[in-house]
Design a protein around this ligand. Structure first.
Ligand code: CO8
Length: 263
């Protein structure tokens, strides 16, 4: 598949999607959004890929937001269509049965922070900056920022970031729970790749179940969410990975998970 605004590469079982508009700080235009969606669909369809890294080209920006030049010409209906299209892509990322790491290598602002939050977790370079500065443009976050941010860091931090438009450092983002780990810039991709490879080698049925359970159970009352875990736990016993994982433990060898994943 030929892409115009992203790079799509695979290293063994890991796909790396790089948003590639460094001159525009990797801003998300409608074309970028569409191409990320195509790349996610390609990952979903490819059984050889077990994990994804999403990053930005260059050393300044992960994604500095939705494309302000493109948005400046939108009427309300186009604005809503753009917002909905972006939100659908982020849902597709969340529902992908394979883990996605956001490797944030610079500015992750507005839509950039939002797309990072739709990944399963965020690794950041020391120079990364996070923020929801839409309020400075007379708009609000439109790719889920008011919702995912508060779920990740709590209502008070979400309000401070969205209402002030202030940027925070990678270390501050880690302290409030937005970022999992911070690395020197030159070590970010190697660290993300190591974690992605490790996750890609796990059983696909267990990986899918864990991602689905944590995402969908998060907003549910515990008494409804916990039984879902039992059902998924039971399903794991239908996968060859369960026999392999437990067999390998008992035989004191490393498990080799080969179970498939129905799409
Ligand atoms: N969109 C388009 N172009 C951008 C963007 C952007 N978000 N960010 C940077 N650029 C461009 C600049 O215009 C500039 O282009 P040129 O060289 O042609 O003048 C180039 O990238 C380099 O940028 P700067 O010269 O500004 O570089 P600095 O290092 O001085 O500053 C910053 C970097 C701090 C990242 C600065 O560029 C900035 O503040 N960018 C805007 C950040 C922002 O406000 N982001 C939020 C956008 S709104 C949004 O994301 C809403 C999401 C939901 C949408 C819902 C749909 C309706």
């Amino acid at each position: 598949m030929a892409y115009e605004t992203i790079l799509f590469e695979t290293t063994g079982s890991v796909a790396v999607i790089t948003i590639n508009r460094p001159k525009a700080m990797n801003a998300l235009s409608p074309v970028v959004i569409g191409e990320i969606d195509q790349a996610i669909a390609a990952v979903k369809a490819d059984d050889a890929i077990g994990a994804v890294i999403l990053t930005g080209a260059g050393d300044k920006a992960f994604v500095a937001g939705a494309d302000i030049a493109a948005m400046s010409k939108m009427n309300p209906l186009e604005g809503r269509a753009f917002s909905r299209a972006g939100q659908e892509v982020l849902f597709n990322m969340e529902q992908l049965p394979k883990p996605i790491i956001a490797a944030v290598n610079g500015f992750a602002l507005g839509g950039g922070c939002e797309i990072a939050m739709a990944c399963d977790f965020i690794y950041a370079a020391e120079n990364a900056k996070f923020g929801q500065p839409e309020i400075n443009l007379g708009i609000i976050p439109g790719f889920g920022g008011t919702q995912r941010l508060s779920r990740l860091v709590g209502k008070n931090w979400a309000k401070e970031l969205c209402l002030t438009g202030a940027l925070i450092s990678a270390e501050e983002a880690k302290a409030i729970g937005l970022v999992n780990r911070v690395f020197p810039a030159g070590e970010l991709m190697d660290a993300a790749m190591k974690t992605a490879k490790g996750m890609a080698a796990k059983g696909k049925v267990s990986t899918r179940a864990i991602k689905e359970l944590i995402n969908s159970g998060y907003d549910m009352p515990l008494e409804r969410a916990i039984p879902m875990e039992s059902e998924c736990f039971a399903t794991c016993f239908a996968s060859p990975d369960q026999a392999e994982g437990m067999g390998a433990f008992l035989e004191k060898r490393k498990a080799e998970f080969k179970g498939g994943l129905d799409k």
